[in-house]
Design a protein. Structure first.
Length: 317
């Protein structure tokens, strides 16, 4: 497909505050098939600040790389092995492998999380922006609550901007699986994930990166509810339960307490195995909404729905 590029001469693009609309529009005109070096050159030419350059990298990846569900469910490559005689040789071979992943991702325009994160890291490095490739843990569904696994299952990026480490997940920013198919759905939340909320969704494997967010162990991470970005990107706060395994009271009810909930918001609760969500009892006291409902006897999963979005997921004990 012929690509049409629009060039702006004698001016550079800049933005104020967090309005990235000019950057996003410019990046969407970039070629869809391009090398890492050429992409970095375009970004360096068009943008000034590190924030703008990282934003351009994030937007290009989320718009042009598809998640490879086939590779995720039936991996053809689970590990890499090689021999080496010195630390220098080891690092050279690791760099070569990483560059191969970058090249394959850009040529096929599809990847699992490692491909997204390796390309992100490569572009930042070419732009001389300090960055780290982060391995760690995420959870996608309630059946993972309370079940820590040993090996990391996800990858994302940390980038130092103006002296502060910031966190980016272009994989989750690009889209999600829906009914067995991947659906592109740009999500802004995973661009500069708030540090105080990082460990609600991402748990770094290395202790250093855990502590740069806050103190939490892997067991506590896995015991949390599943948080959706729609919830995290709002001013809503889960007051209780903090544990992802929710217990029934003596009458068989389960209850959620949400800070900053408004009485104009539409609240429903879904249950696994039930086709339709149910309307709960909702009461308000000061700034907290109390949501109470009697779950079906056999249901083991509950989904809190606010304004049409599943925002929190739990296991029912």
């Amino acid at each position: 497909m012929k690509q049409i590029l629009v060039f702006f001469f004698l001016i550079t693009i800049s933005v104020t505050a967090q309005d990235f609309s000019i950057i996003d529009a410019k990046v969407k005109s970039y070629p869809k098939l391009i090398s890492a070096e050429n992409l970095a050159n375009l970004i360096a030419t068009d943008f000034n600040s590190d924030t703008e350059k990282v934003r351009a990298t994030y937007v290009w990846l989320t718009q042009n790389i598809r998640y490879d569900l086939a590779e995720y469910y039936n991996p053809t490559r689970t590990s890499y092995s090689f021999s080496y005689s010195s630390e220098d040789e080891k690092q050279q071979k690791i760099t070569t492998l990483n560059n191969q992943i970058v090249s394959e991702t850009l040529s096929t325009r599809k990847a699992v999380c490692e491909g997204y994160a390796r390309v992100f890291a490569k572009i930042c490095t070419l732009l001389t922006i300090e960055n780290e490739f982060i391995k760690g843990h995420i959870r996608n569904s309630p059946n993972e609550i309370g079940k820590p696994i040993y090996n990391p299952n996800h990858a994302w990026n940390a980038v130092k901007i103006n002296g502060d480490w910031k966190y980016f997940d272009s994989t989750w920013g690009a889209g999600h699986e829906e009914n067995g198919k991947w659906k592109r759905n740009f999500t802004n939340y995973f661009f500069d994930i708030p540090k105080e909320k990082l460990l609600l969704t991402h748990f770094p494997e290395e202790t250093l990166w855990q502590l740069r967010a806050k103190r939490m162990n892997k067991t506590d991470f896995y015991n949390q509810p599943i948080y959706n970005h729609n919830f995290l990107d709002s001013n809503l706060i889960l007051a209780s339960p903090s544990n992802g395994i929710i217990k029934k009271d003596e009458e068989g009810f389960i209850e959620f307490k949400i800070k900053n909930l408004k009485n104009t918001q539409k609240i429903f609760v879904g249950f696994k195995g039930n086709r339709y969500a149910q309307k709960p009892i909702v009461n308000f006291n000061n700034s907290i909404g109390y949501i109470k409902i009697l779950p079906p006897n056999l249901s083991k999963e509950a989904y809190l729905i606010i304004d049409g979005n599943v925002v929190l997921e739990f296991i029912i004990e």
